[in-house]
Design a protein around this ligand. Structure first.
Ligand code: SAH
Length: 396
């Protein structure tokens, strides 16, 4: 019999709304014994069952809901059902057709808290970021192989999230013989991806459709791609006929990977691309002093605010780079600006970009709100899952 997790009186509202997280301060008592990752029955203080969850005593998120049906068993068949549904949702989506890199399982939004699975051609890269996900590793891998027929499964459970769950980092082969480096074709552009050492599971798959938008907007423009990592936006800008593309990152290996990817695309004019290893904050100031102007500017910085505790400092950083971005924008120029900080809401980000335009003394219009692609769904009940937000802004 599973242990019962009794919620404190008046603390059930999130679960009534189908929010997947039970915070420590919402727990009244654990009745019975449970080890980390074990399934517990979640109930209200007066014994009404709410669903089943994975117990995680080390984390402030004490339990993550697997199901809001208290009669549903959490077993191998449960993971097969959930993973089949997640894969079917990607297969059915027209904008994912023909893509060989995509997120197959996006944690809470696919009703699999803590489980991330990305597909890179015939290799799956799995990150198990919670005690419950960690416990069900074998069931998850079995269900993935059955649903996808993938040849290889590599584990990259090395995120900060695991530390908060009291779990050590883990990486290695779970099935087959995963390649260290693979190649993707993203909207017609070939990209080299380092599955062993690359960021996240190897690549920023969440920006796929925004990179395509860059291609659609790039014709004839002088482009500046800040925080370019392995050059995804830069290569799409070249594919879209940009006049010149300057790409900046502080990481020499990322820049080397970007240039290696460019060589995989003989149809792109490498002569129009230049690469700078630099701190973006410094380089933007330098370009401004030199009087440079750009027609399309991409700002896709790293996560300045992993949680709301970092929001203040992060906000200053976002405001600063966006001000510099506006100052470098030619009239009629476009700014694609992003935040992937969970701790900065879409509204706050929009206000920061507005303040930055004011600081730069320019008017600007929002042409589009941007987000991650449809392989990164967001649970309606848990809007904080919408970590990536962006704006396409035009300077008239
Ligand atoms: N736009 C990329 C992802 C960007 S990830 C894509 O589409 O794939 C953020 C990048 O910012 C990383 O490559 C990191 O090396 C770089 N970075 C972080 N801080 C930086 C700084 N101060 N100056 C320049 N690059 C920085």
């Amino acid at each position: 019999m599973s242990a019962r997790l009794v919620l404190a009186r008046g603390k059930e509202a999130p679960q009534f709304r189908r929010h997947p997280w039970v915070f420590a301060n919402a727990v009244d008592a654990l009745v019975g014994r449970a080890r980390p990752g074990d399934t517990v029955l979640v109930e209200t203080h007066d014994g009404r069952p709410l669903g089943r969850a994975a117990w995680s005593p080390a984390s402030q998120i004490r339990a993550r809901m697997w199901t809001f049906d208290a009669d549903e068993r959490i077993d191998d068949a449960f993971f097969r059902r959930r993973i089949d549904a997640a894969v079917a949702c990607r297969v059915a989506h027209p904008s994912l057709a023909g893509q060989d890199g995509m997120r197959l399982v996006h944690g809470e939004a696919d009703q699999l808290p803590g489980v991330i699975v990305d597909r890179y051609r015939d290799t799956l890269v799995v990150a198990l970021n919670s005690a419950g996900a960690d416990k069900w590793r074998a069931a998850i891998v079995g269900a993935l192989l059955r649903a996808t027929g993938a040849a290889h499964v590599h584990e990259r459970s090395d995120s900060d999230g695991r530390r908060l769950e009291g779990l050590p980092p883990r990486a290695g082969t779970l099935h087959g013989d995963p390649p260290r480096i693979t190649e993707l074709t993203e909207h017609g552009v070939r990209l080299r991806v380092d599955l062993a050492e690359g960021h996240k599971t190897g690549f920023y798959l969440d920006q796929r459709d925004n990179r395509r938008l860059t291609r659609d907007l790039a014709a004839g423009r002088r482009v500046l791609n800040c925080f370019c990592y392995t050059g995804g936006f830069s290569l799409q800008a070249l594919a879209g006929g940009a006049r010149a593309v300057l790409s900046v990152d502080s990481s020499a290996p990322a820049l080397a990977a970007a240039q290696a990817s460019l060589m995989l695309n003989p149809g792109l004019d490498a002569g129009r691309a230049s690469w700078r290893e630099a701190d973006v904050f410094e380089l933007l100031r330098e370009l401004k002093s030199a009087g440079e102007k750009f027609d399309l500017l991409i700002l896709d910085p790293p996560k300045f605010a992993p949680s709301s505790a970092h929001a203040e400092r992060a906000s200053r950083a976002y405001r600063d780079i966006n001000r510099l971005g506006f100052q470098l924008l030619a009239p009629g120029g476009l700014l694609m600006t992003y935040s992937c900080s969970g701790g900065v809401s879409a509204e706050r980000f929009r206000n920061l970009v507005a303040a930055a335009a004011c600081d730069a003394d320019v008017e600007a219009q929002v042409l589009q709100h941007l987000q991650a692609g449809p392989d990164h769904p967001v649970a309606l009940a848990a809007p904080e899952g919408a970590y990536l937000k962006g704006l396409l802004v035009r300077r008239p």
